[in-house]
Design a protein around this ligand. Structure first.
Ligand SMILES: Cc1cc2nc3c(=O)[nH]c(=O)nc-3n(C[C@H](O)[C@H](O)[C@H](O)COP(=O)(O)O)c2cc1C
Length: 324
């Protein structure tokens, strides 16, 4: 019997979003998801840096929007710390075929935080509120959202952060349920997500370390969230999206197809094609997959500089991997 489809506490299927990941959830990855028929409900781009002088808009991110190979709506994420540059960049990006805007209030990168952006916004809820309200006013209804962490140092900061964010009536809120201090490790705080579900006037998506159907069920139950946002778990196993909709887990043949498709799509988009550059690019994805590979394959892949050799290693890895 097929597994019962996942449901939220509200009795609807959970929203499934692809998390933004710089240099990972790019055009080759989106094309791969499309070719495998593993699609989220919507996508958020990696952040575009909004600075006082300009918006850093890498071609690789803009093309995810203009050349989006999937039927999924795509939200443009901005990381910035001042109202005026953010509004300037909203005006520019409005012209592109995006579903809406997402403010990054979670990036822990020191370079971004030094300029007051990303997770640094969480340190000053009054300023965060000002930015959120200004963006809400500038952005049409249905098109304003945030992705945030639950604090800079401690989850005790979250109620004030949440209040600031909710004052702008976002259209969805994705919560990476860790503090900036935790970076990408340590347990996620389901209680903070649950608080957001109770108080936010919009759907709330739980994010952070969701890598399986069982973990998704557990997190939906514990947080009561309307959906989940997944990053690394989809890179490791894109078929997880199918499983979360009641489908079957991937066969070894499907995992082989995933790796070879990604290798092909990554090769197509190289700006300076060379075998070493191609392997280097692939390793950005594989770093989230190594844990599934036998140790000697993991070792060889990390050192591999030939795409042909990499393909052979990946086929061995797919066939040696535990069936899911
Ligand atoms: C390599 C990498 C790049 C990321 N880039 C972004 C980004 O541009 N914007 C953002 O909001 N989060 C970014 N994140 C955070 C993810 O969106 C996500 O919140 C985090 O990885 C936890 O979710 P996961 O365990 O499902 O991956 C990045 C994470 C990683 C590992």
């Amino acid at each position: 019997m097929p597994p019962a489809p996942l449901m939220t506490a509200f009795g609807s299927p959970p929203l499934l979003a692809l998390a933004p990941m710089q240099d990972v959830t790019d055009l080759p990855f989106l094309r791969t998801l499309q070719r495998l028929h593993c699609l989220p409900d919507f996508i958020v781009t990696p952040y575009l840096r909004s600075t006082t002088t300009s918006c850093v808009m890498p071609d690789s991110i803009i093309r995810c929007i203009t050349d989006n190979p999937t039927p999924c709506p795509i939200w443009a994420q901005l990381a910035g710390s001042e109202v005026e540059p953010l509004l300037r960049d909203v005006a520019t990006l409005q012209k592109l075929p995006i579903a809406g805007f997402n403010l990054n209030a979670g990036c822990p990168a020191p370079l971004v935080n030094r300029h007051g952006a990303g997770a640094a916004l969480l340190k000053n809820p009054t300023h965060l509120r000002r930015i959120c309200r200004a963006m809400r006013d500038a952005i049409p209804p249905g098109r304003w959202s945030l992705k945030c962490r639950i604090g800079w140092e401690s989850s005790e900061e979250f109620p004030q952060i949440l209040e600031a964010v909710c004052s702008s009536s976002p259209d969805f809120l994705a919560i990476h349920a860790r503090t900036r201090r935790q970076l990408y490790a340590g347990t996620t705080d389901d209680a903070s997500v649950r608080l957001a579900v109770q108080l936010a006037p919009c759907p709330v998506l739980a994010n952070g370390n969701i890598t399986s159907l069982a973990e998704t069920e557990h997190r939906l139950r514990n947080t009561q969230a309307h959906g989940i946002m997944i990053g690394r778990g989809i890179v490791r196993n894109p078929y997880l999206l199918r499983e979360l909709r009641g489908g079957i887990s991937p066969s070894r043949t499907e995992m082989s197809l995933y790796y070879t498709t990604l290798l092909e799509e990554t090769g197509r988009e190289l700006s300076h094609p060379s075998p070493a550059a191609h392997c280097h690019r692939m390793k950005k994805f594989l770093s989230f997959c190594y844990a599934d590979f036998p140790p000697q394959i993991d070792y060889s892949l990390r050192r591999c500089t030939s795409p042909a050799e990499m393909e052979k290693l990946l086929l061995i890895a797919a066939n040696a991997s535990p069936s899911r």
